[in-house]
Design a protein. Structure first.
Length: 348
């Protein structure tokens, strides 16, 4: 027995090794980095209109309290450790502007709907939802709009909590570390609730809360760890190089930051579906060669991928896995005359 065979036998017998491998293989099969990149694009597009809305609203509501304006802005930008310090240092005063507020709202709606639509497409891909079972364009956008409003309220609550903790931690009759710990745990609980709603609502499948709870908790913890590590890295390395990188470095770092957050969302969703549908253990060499014995989880996963491409409810797709079966016309490519990269032509 070779090394690969021994490793394969080990991970198939031990769920602690087989489950993470199955999550990685599912992530690769679903093209997880591409799904995260699409979410990143709309997240980046929506960020600056949101900042425009925030600064304009603060200018209207807290015109006579610049200190509170500054604390709220710092709290709102705490999830973006690279962008936050740069903006806080360069924004002097807040002035309410109706035109800026209207433009910011429109831009935020466009970007926010794009993020939700991209998240819907990603989750439906991850759960192998057939095309015909996915919401129509109007219904999906209505669902995205409602979710944007709900998550926006949750984000406002989280921002207000962070601002409260930073402003009054020294005046409350309890130890400062305790206040900080309670604020962190409360923010973590809010994030768990946000991810629960996100995974349950945006997937075009009826999922129980327990089916998405583990991934939601993991996503919230990873989100918090990402924030802590990002704040440390950007604060100790990138910001000291701001004279070299300038605005380009800030924008590039911001795109990377949003992409890492999107990866957390996608990866936690993969954990949910692998756990819920028991798509583990997978064969160790299945992504690399056809000369492999598929596990039951492999068969379930590949059958789901094939059936997810159905565009009509009356369309039927059957998946068979026989290595000794002769190829049929159309198995190499979908249309006559197509030539694959290895030069073999369609046999039809």
């Amino acid at each position: 027995m070779g090394v690969a065979a021994r490793l394969d036998a080990f991970q198939t017998r031990h769920p602690a090794a087989g489950f993470p491998l199955a999550v990685v293989y599912k992530f690769v099969d679903d093209r997880g980095p591409h799904l995260a990149a699409l979410i990143t694009y709309y997240g980046f597009v929506s960020l600056f209109p949101l900042l425009l809305v925030l600064t304009s609203a603060l200018g209207f509501l807290l015109e006579d309290d610049p200190a509170l304006q500054q604390r709220i802005l710092e709290s709102a930008l705490s999830d973006f450790p690279l962008l936050g310090p740069a903006l806080v240092e360069n924004i002097g005063t807040f002035r309410g502007s109706g035109a800026a507020l209207a433009i910011g709202v429109l831009g935020s709606l466009y970007g926010g709907l794009g993020v939700m639509q991209a998240a819907q497409a990603a989750l439906n891909r991850i759960y192998a939802v057939p095309r015909f079972a996915q919401p129509n364009p109007l219904l999906s956008r209505l669902r995205s709009l409602l979710l944007v409003l709900v998550l926006g309220v949750a984000a406002i609550l989280s921002t207000g909590l962070t601002a409260f903790v930073s402003a009054f931690s020294d005046t409350l009759p309890v130890p400062g570390p305790l206040v900080t710990a309670v604020g962190t745990l409360t923010g973590l609980a809010i994030n768990v609730g946000i991810f629960l709603v996100l995974y349950q609502v945006l997937t075009a499948r009826r999922l129980d809360w327990r089916n998405v709870a583990v991934g939601a908790a993991i996503a919230a913890v990873l989100w918090e760890l990402l924030h802590v590590l990002g704040a440390y890295y950007f604060g100790t390395y990138v910001m000291r190089s701001s004279d070299v990188y300038g605005v380009f470095g800030v924008i590039l770092g911001l795109v990377v930051w949003i992409y890492l957050q999107a990866l957390v969302v996608v990866l936690a969703a993969e954990i949910n579906v692998v756990r819920h549908r028991r798509l583990y253990p997978r064969s160790l060499l299945t992504p690399f060669t056809d000369d492999v014995e598929l596990t039951r989880a492999d068969v379930r996963a590949y059958t789901g991928y094939a059936r997810s491409e159905r565009y009509k409810g009356f369309q039927r797709v059957e998946a068979t896995f026989r290595k000794d079966a002769p190829p049929r016309p159309g198995d190499v490519e979908g249309f006559p005359g197509d030539v694959p990269r290895d030069g073999a032509r369609d046999q039809r």
